[in-house]
Design a protein. Sequence first.
Length: 235
Amino acid sequence: MPSVLITGANRGIGLAFAHSFAADGWRVHACCRDPDGAEDLAALSVVMASADTAGAVMLHRLDVTDGSRIAGLSRELADEAIDVLVNNAGVMGPGTGFGEMDYDGWLPVFETNTLAPMRMAEGFVEQVAKSGRKLIVNISSIMGSLGENADGGAIIYRSSKAALNMVSKSLSAELAPRGITVIVFHPGWVSTDMGGPDAAVTPGESVEGMRAVIERVTPNDSGRFFNFDGHEIQW
């Protein structure tokens, strides 16, 4: 049974990933800060446990900004082979712009959106390396693309995702000798708590598109930035 670890799995895109992988028979390690309050995720775990052909869903308490907890979960899963690591957890942060920047609020956004995926990659590299797929997926945003930024705004969020893109590009080179592929996704404008009710794409549609890309990528695709529909985005 292939295995996936997903951060921010209690809602939105992360929850949709958990549903999709579990339905396809994967072993899902679903991580979130408060598993006790993740009712939808807990319900999915129960459903999968009673199904004959579906995968399994295990819930893990994980704050991705807590390096000691990441290390602890890595020790708990030391014997696991994790085929796909999905770094999905992210925050928008303060929306203040030029002339009114919230500098105190900027660093926490970097902690979640940039440092956490790097911590996860370092923490679970051994589990990924021993798997069959050897894939790290970082959920970024087109708002982190330098080439696509013609309007400015959202400087805090944009900068954290641009930094994540650079982290991902560097990881693709550094982990290549171990056979690990690293790709980045823009999931689309998705109707989540972050994306809002007017967004054009549902979490299920976004994940369906990303899963299709995940299924076909090879090591030759490492270091590429994809839209959820498979089209490549400029850095």
